[in-house]
Ligand binder design. Structure first.
Ligand code: GN1
Ligand code: MG
Length: 356
């Protein structure tokens, strides 16, 4: 892997390359150079089975990071190199390196930064503000950003993919998960609200991050958000994507793949703090229809993630990395429990939002 790093515009001697993070899609590594204790770069192998157009992917990311950098400069921000990702080009000036089989990219490691799997209400507030500001900064970017995964957060499409998987029943797992298929179906119409509103011309798409898991955010020592990472899925979507997916990870009192469903609950303190930050960060553009439906978004993402994990389980685990054979089933059950908890708290969420 050291040889791969050397394809990029780096002059230093590479000491070591070690795995980094817990992403379910790409493979990520930290790169150390001789004589330094903190990593200097982050190397990633892009999963091109999932991101099939790597050229478009890197092009999007470059547009997004350049745009954010300009905004930060215009605001006279300090320490800009820690507030937006910078990518290193290859020695022949390409945005990624293709080794004949795999695609690699290199970015600068942001020093003194921390990621978390769970957060306090205080951190959730800053996260809400940060994701709101992220959307706000991108609100005037050239709208030609491509969809790196077409219809990525379209729940109608996700439900169709589940249906197809059930019809094929490729590895004979349908029988065992019939309960979840039925429960999902019962809510399908309600959960497709966003797509309906969009068709009626009432709900816009904006540039969103679309993978706002809590571990896709870098914090400094004091708990301030430095920047948002993992920009592969930045694309037009409903703002529900960023609001809902953050809560799916941060408000969950258990793990995404918790085997003990009693650990899973939807934490309203996290919800309230995050919502407050998010509403402050998006004040300049958020429409009433978007604001009113934030509780729907909080339900939609555990719902959609259940559908996606279940589909992958039924298909025989072809999409997400798994650590053991029933991992996608365990994830399905844990996400469904989270969905049920969010469902129970919907009126409390509505009540809270109506006070803003
Ligand atoms: C994937 O790569 P990672 O782990 O940040 C997935 C998200 C899911 C998430 C579930 C491109 O994100 O959509 O919500 O796993 N990314 C893609 O943990 O499918
Ligand atoms: Mg990630």
């Amino acid at each position: 892997m050291k040889d791969i790093v050397l394809k990029f515009n780096v002059e230093n001697e590479i000491a070591d390359v070690k795995p980094l993070g817990e992403g379910l899609i790409n493979d990520t590594f930290k790169v150390y150079i001789k004589g330094e204790e903190t990593p200097k770069y982050v190397l990633q192998r892009v999963n091109n089975a999932i991101f099939q157009d790597v050229e478009l992917l890197q092009d999007n990311i470059e547009k997004v990071t350049n745009h954010i950098r300009k905004k930060l400069e215009a605001n006279n921000e300090s320490d800009i190199d820690r507030k937006v990702l910078s990518f290193v080009r290859t020695k022949d000036d390409k945005k990624f390196y293709f080794d004949g089989e795999k695609y690699w990219r290199l970015m600068v490691f942001i020093s003194d930064s921390y990621t978390y799997q769970s957060v306090t209400p205080e951190y959730s507030y800053t996260a809400g503000l940060a994701f709101g500001q992220f959307q706000s900064m991108l609100s005037d970017i050239d709208k030609t950003l491509g969809e790196t995964i077409p219809s990525f957060h379209n729940i109608e499409l996700r439900l169709n993919q589940l249906k197809e998987a059930v019809e094929k029943d490729a590895v004979g797992r349908v029988k065992e998960v019939q309960y979840y298929i039925d429960e999902i179906e019962k809510r399908a119409e309600t959960m497709c609200l966003g797509e309906r509103l969009h068709r009626e011309g009432k709900l816009p798409k904006r540039i969103c991050h679309c993978d706002t898991k809590v571990n896709n955010m870098l914090f400094d020592k004091e708990g301030n958000v430095l920047c948002v990472i993992d920009l592969d899925t930045v694309m037009p979507s409903f703002i529900f994507s960023d609001f809902g997916d953050f809560l799916r990870s941060a408000a969950n009192t258990g793990a995404e793949d918790d085997k003990d469903l009693n650990n899973v609950n939807f934490n309203m303190d996290i919800f309230k703090a995050f919502t407050k930050g998010y509403l402050e960060g998006t004040k300049s553009f958020l429409l009433p229809v978007e604001k009113e439906n934030l509780p729907y978004a909080a339900k939609l993402f555990p719902y959609m993630q259940t559908v996606r994990f279940l589909t992958d389980y039924i298909n025989g685990d072809t999409y997400y990395k798994i650590q053991y054979p029933e991992h996608n089933l365990v994830r399905t059950k844990a996400q469904w429990r989270l969905f049920e908890c969010a469902e129970q708290k919907e009126s409390e969420m509505r009540e809270f939002i109506s006070n803003f």
